[in-house]
Design a protein around this ligand. Structure first.
Ligand code: ATP
Ligand code: MG
Length: 375
């Protein structure tokens, strides 16, 4: 797929912006705080109908306006697709596909699929478990429509169950009071764990293969760390029913503690993914460079998996990430991106790029919420 045009009105620091993407590779260059990331954020919004930076859509609206609009024109399988999002808080956002209003986001999603890679991603291994859960959940959401809804459903059930646990605090009650929520939690949570294991299984080979190209002497492994059944790298060993059976057993074990602490203590909301280099924990022992190699391998594998699943090429959005990689990793990244992948890159300057790479790139200069063509 190819994003041909992006138009913004009152989005962040852009009053009115119209960009035509002509080449497969585009570079936005500009000083800090002039609006480079905002452009990628807008593209990402058209892709997943949410920001990858903030929770509240109202923050996307220019401070001097009360609405913002993001429009994109995508070429997909030789067809032109028009995407249009109007954010007008506190009203519900209006989404249109080819000028036709859609009430369900599922009818809109999938027309523009992107993979994001930003500086924060490089911290994935050093970050908290929640960062790794968000990473895997985002990856899955891009290839399995409906995953986002399943995740929301799980969180809703968990929140109802937590409220019930709080209201029962200090009282004696029978297990039956909780059983309705327990049952729903097990069904919903097992499904999420199953899909996460499935994703890890799908990327396992590609990730280790990509990693071995940059670091041939280092063997990469990763485990899913489940609060239900413990650690595993045998990602296809668990059926949904098997996960549910472990879930029910483990729930009994933690019942007393859950009552005392009045919260749900096991399930996908508490799981993690652990990475190892030569059998040593990468979080604890790997250098910054080694950790970055892992993240780079994960990101490049994400592109491959999406390509297989949607039978099309996703966009790759690289936010300031090249400056953070050494020459070896930078070259690997740039040469790994196949020519058919539309790549949109931001950077504070163009000097760090190889001349050969710049030959085939369309460069824009970003200055105080305006964008100027350079080449
Ligand atoms: N809702 C908003 N209305 C107006 N301006 C905003 C809004 N949200 C953010 N901004 C401004 O947008 C500017 C540019 O942000 P952006 O993150 O795109 O910068 P950047 O060019 O990527 O900078 P850096 O190189 O530091 O990453 C910031 O100065 C910020 O104050
Ligand atoms: Mg930025």
């Amino acid at each position: 797929m190819f994003l041909k045009k992006l138009e913004l009105n009152n989005f962040r620091n852009y009053k009115n912006l119209s960009i035509d993407f002509e080449k497969r590779k585009t570079l936005f260059v500009g000083k800090n705080a002039h609006g480079k990331t905002n452009i990628l954020e807008a593209i990402n919004y058209l892709s997943i109908l949410k920001s990858n930076r903030i929770q509240k859509d109202s923050e996307l609206v220019n401070w001097e306006s009360d609405f913002c609009r993001i429009q994109g024109e995508v070429l997909k399988n030789d067809l032109d697709i028009e995407l249009d999002v109007l954010i007008n808080p506190p009203s519900k956002k209006i989404i249109k596909l080819n000028q036709i209003k859609k009430t369900k986001s599922a009818d809109f999603l999938g027309n523009l699929v992107s993979v994001n890679f930003c500086v924060d991603d490089l911290m994935l291994l050093r970050g908290a478990p929640v960062d790794r859960r968000s990473w895997i959940d985002d990856c899955i959401a891009r290839i399995y429509p409906g995953y986002q809804d399943r995740l929301q459903k799980y969180n809703k059930i968990r929140s109802h169950r937590n409220n019930l646990l709080k209201s029962l605090r200090g009282q004696s009650f029978s297990d039956e009071v909780l059983s309705v929520w327990d049952e729903q939690l097990v069904i919903s949570g097992s499904n999420i764990v199953f899909l996460r294991l499935k994703y890890l299984n799908e990327i396992k080979e590609t990730v280790t293969q990509k990693h071995s190209i940059i670091a041939p002497d280092e063997k990469l492994d990763f485990n899913y760390v489940s609060t239900i059944f413990g650690e595993t790298n045998d990602f296809d060993a668990y059926s949904i029913d098997a996960i549910a059976a472990f879930y029910k057993e483990k729930m009994k074990d933690v019942r007393q503690e859950e009552i005392i602490r009045a919260k749900t203590l096991i399930g996908p909301h508490r799981d993690d993914i652990e990475f190892f280099i030569n059998s040593k924990s990468a979080t604890k022992y790997a250098s910054q460079g080694q950790q970055r190699t892992i993240v780079l391998s994960l990101k490049l594998s994400e592109i491959d998996i999406i390509k297989q699943k949607i039978d099309d090429t996703p966009l790759l959005l690289l936010d300031d990430v090249l400056a953070e990689l050494d020459k070896n990793r930078q070259n690997y990244l740039l040469t790994s991106i196949e020519d058919d992948i539309q790549t949109i890159i931001t950077s504070t300057d163009a000097h760090g790029f190889e001349a050969e790479f710049l030959n085939d790139v369309k460069i824009f200069h970003v200055k105080q919420g305006e964008v100027f063509e350079v080449s």
